[in-house]
Design a protein around this ligand. Structure first.
Ligand code: FE
Ligand code: FE
Length: 284
């Protein structure tokens, strides 16, 4: 039996991505769209049961206070990538594609589509925040669709019914449409459920252009970028920037293929690309 690298029901973190992919299959018909409850794997349901019950305002505040001062030390991008990979190999020796492979495939697909260098780089690093697992975070606090805490949960959030077990349900100020926020206040003021997106955003924001920051920060915010929810908390600028998040999403979801990109061949290209934007070491 393989070891797990983060506590939780998923045998491997990629099960969440696989589930996402099946939810948003390009050929999937509208009518099939909300039926994923019955057809989705039990582990995915268990995963969301935990995620929705435990991502509270208090939990998110505590994780932000713990991680966002970036006190975990300094590391280069490659070092972080290799760390993440070791972890995955450790936990699941028979998985086909590693985290590096997923990052590389995403980046290579963006590159093949002729997008700018910053976007290729964004594809390459977008999931590095999953190293939260190395710090002992459980799966439900690392991956999964993200959503605002401190205001009413949109019914567009997958497995919405599991919020019944979330203690924030009993805090009336958290249950209104805007909750602790104001209409049109901008997403920067809104706390999303804690996970790899928000963490990596804070690690990388000094070095990347704004559209890249939005992609990293909101790529798991499916209720907004795929389902159109929470527009009332956004500014016009958020809406413009979300065009990039949407443009990025298919590369994240559909670039998986069995042919493993050859890191040996691609390494010089990505070395150069990384050093164009990042210093040798950054704070984590
Ligand atoms: Fe991700
Ligand atoms: Fe990804």
């Amino acid at each position: 039996m393989s070891r797990t690298y983060a506590g939780g029901p998923l045998e491997r973190l990629e099960q969440w991505d696989d589930f996402l992919q099946s939810r948003y299959r390009p050929e999937r018909k509208k009518e099939e769209f909300r039926v994923f409850d019955e057809t989705s794997p039990a582990v995915v349901k268990d995963f969301y049961r935990q995620n929705h019950a435990r991502q509270t305002v208090e939990f998110v505040r505590s994780k932000r206070a713990e991680y966002l001062p970036l006190r975990k030390g300094e590391m280069g991008i490659w070092e972080a990538m290799e760390k993440l990979n070791t972890l995955v190999d450790d936990s699941d020796p028979d998985t086909d594609l590693s985290q590096i492979d997923h990052n590389l495939q995403t980046a290579e697909a963006i590159r093949a589509a002729g997008h700018p260098r910053w976007m290729i780089l964004t594809g390459f690093i977008h999931d590095l925040g999953k190293i939260l697992c190395l710090y002992g975070e459980e799966q439900w606090a690392v991956v999964g669709d993200t959503f605002p805490v401190g205001c009413a949960w949109s019914d567009k959030i997958v497995f919405h019914e599991y919020f019944a077990a979330n203690p924030d349900r009993h805090v009336p100020t958290y249950q209104t449409r805007c909750g602790i926020y104001e209409e049109g206040c901008g997403l920067d003021r809104v706390m999303l459920s804690w996970g790899h997106d928000e963490y990596l955003y804070h690690v990388t924001k000094p070095y990347l252009p704004e559209p890249a920051q939005y992609i990293i920060r909101y790529h798991s915010f499916y209720p907004a970028h795929r389902e159109g929810a929470y527009g009332h908390l956004m500014t016009e600028h958020d809406r413009e920037m979300f065009e990039w998040v949407r443009r990025f999403n298919p590369f994240d979801l559909y670039s998986k293929s069995d042919s493993r990109p050859r890191l040996e061949d691609l390494k010089p290209y990505y070395d150069e690309l990384i050093s164009e934007f990042f210093p040798p070491r950054i704070r984590w």
